[in-house]
Unconditional design. Structure first.
Length: 212
């Protein structure tokens, strides 16, 4: 795989979008499973490009177009549609294109994709990118994730897991304290209070790393 170049699409790119959208694999995995007539797809494409919040990109390797990705803004999220030319499928281009285009959307943007429940390939693709299933119906599932802030290298999941473990330990301390209070043992209660304070300080320090 050579270096991929991402190009912002415009109306002149309609024919390419139309051809890739109507290739066999794209039709099979699309929501409505239909081939669009050229005039109706062009009308939609033209109107969609006019919306300034929508982002359409082409991916090019050397002089060859590899595929496209669309980010359609809908209220507070972007709906993703990605299609790779069948000539370049199963070679890792989709993931590379997504990671490059994600940077152009900006950090902390909610990204959503609709995937057919029987489309194992697409499910594996989005899950490999960190998408999580947030809704499922009979035929479709919604997968979502937030665009990454590449300037921040904090492993949030790591710190959240640490906080969870500290919380679990602290809950045990509170239960022990409750038991001792009922037994009227002031000296032992002070010792447990001291442990609780230590754990609370550790939790506070970990929490600061999530918000700083």
């Amino acid at each position: 795989m050579e270096k991929i170049k991402i190009i912002k699409a415009n109306l002149r790119d309609f024919n390419y979008f139309y051809s890739i959208r109507n290739q066999k694999s794209s039709v099979k995995n699309s929501k409505f499973g239909k081939i669009y007539k050229k005039f109706e797809y062009k009308n939609w494409f033209k109107q969609s490009l006019k919306k300034k919040d929508n982002k359409y990109y082409l991916a090019k390797e050397e002089k060859k177009l590899v595929g496209y990705i669309r980010f359609n803004k809908n209220l507070f999220y972007y709906k993703i549609s990605i299609a790779i030319d069948e000539t370049f499928q199963n070679k890792g281009y989709g993931k590379k294109i997504f990671l490059l285009c994600q940077k152009k959307i900006g950090k902390n943007k909610l990204l959503i994709s609709e995937v057919k429940n029987n489309n194992k390939k697409s499910i594996n693709f989005f899950e490999s990118l960190g998408f999580i299933k947030i809704q499922k119906n009979k035929n479709w599932s919604l997968y979502g994730k937030f665009s990454e802030d590449n300037s921040n290298s904090i492993n949030y999941e790591k710190f959240i897991n640490q906080i969870e473990n500290k919380r679990k330990a602290n809950n045990v301390n509170w239960m022990n304290l409750l038991k001792l209070c009922f037994r009227n043992s002031p000296l032992e209660t002070k010792k447990i209070f001291n442990e609780i304070n230590k754990k609370d300080k550790e939790i506070t320090n970990l929490s600061k790393k999530l918000i700083n």
